[in-house]
Design a protein around this ligand. Structure first.
Ligand code: CA
Length: 280
């Protein structure tokens, strides 16, 4: 990728359409020193798990998954996040994940999880991400913001407005864990993301479960009609892989392809060597 070919949006005009919800306007804003782990009180790192493009037999992107500094599980970090520090944590996640991914030489997309209720000040959130992208030369259009519907979104209109703004700026947007949580279908009515990630609980053993098959088949058809790409996440077996591939799903993620790699990127050759369903 050539940094000179990348253009970044100008912020003031881009942010004119957003306003801060009244209940959040008075406080909880990041004071401008979001990048400090000392201020947060704990530090963390990332593992990266590939999202596989089966058509291209390559890596479509990597999802950054939070880990302890020595590779400890996500809960060792997330257990320290509370209402008081989650905004700063969210900011620091973007900054650190982008920097770590670029340092590892990531060429594909980078998928970042964010906490929808932490977006108190989207102008600062977006600015934070844009600044790191610009500093590292990472293209905006390669950054995916995944947000889970499993986490209750208190203000759906606000949520949809924030997501639309992210998309308008040029980021890719994804609804995570689709089918597992509270608001999937109504979220789609209010906001059409670039990507829907089908929840792993829907996919578990799907090749032998007629009810799951019906749900996955129709959800995939719905997404196609809306122009949304589908990622099957948490794919663990050849049977699941085979069923989903037969359905025409080409983007997949899960242990069947590769486990998350702590502070490392799974080599593209490992993905290219994958056997098609039913082979071998
Ligand atoms: Ca995710």
């Amino acid at each position: 990728m050539s940094p000179t070919a990348i253009t970044y949006p100008v912020l003031p005009a881009a942010l004119g359409v957003l306003s801060t919800p009244p209940d959040l306007a008075a406080g909880a804003a990041c004071p401008g020193d979001c990048a400090s782990a000392e201020k947060l009180g704990f530090d963390f790192s990332f593992a990266f798990q590939p999202i596989v493009d089966l058509d291209a037999r390559g890596v479509w992107g990597h999802e950054a998954l939070v880990r302890g500094l020595h590779g400890e599980g996500a809960m060792s970090v997330l257990g320290q996040v509370n209402e008081d520090n989650r905004y700063r944590f969210d900011q620091l996640c973007r900054i650190k994940a982008l920097r770590e991914a670029v340092a590892l030489g990531l060429q594909a997309r980078l998928s970042l999880n964010f906490l929808p209720n932490a977006v108190y000040k989207p102008d600062i959130c977006i600015r934070t991400t844009l600044e790191v992208a610009r500093a590292t030369g990472f293209p905006i259009g390669h950054i995916v913001f995944e947000t889970t519907e499993g986490e209750q979104v208190h203000d759906k209109a606000w949520y949809a407005e924030v997501m639309r703004e992210y998309k308008r700026i040029g980021f890719l947007t994804a609804i995570d864990d689709f089918g597992a949580g509270y608001a999937g279908l109504s979220l789609l009515a209010d906001f059409v993301p670039d990507i829907v990630k089908l929840d792993m609980a829907l996919l578990r053993g799907v090749e032998a479960d007629a009810k799951r098959q019906a749900i996955v088949r129709h959800t995939t058809a719905l997404c196609r009609e809306l122009g949304v790409s589908v990622v099957a996440e948490g794919v663990e077996t050849a049977g699941e892989y085979g069923f989903l591939a037969d359905l025409g799903i080409t983007l997949m993620q899960g242990y069947f392809f590769a486990r998350p790699a702590f502070r490392a990127l799974v080599p593209a050759q490992q993905i290219a060597a994958l056997q098609p369903p039913g082979a071998g």
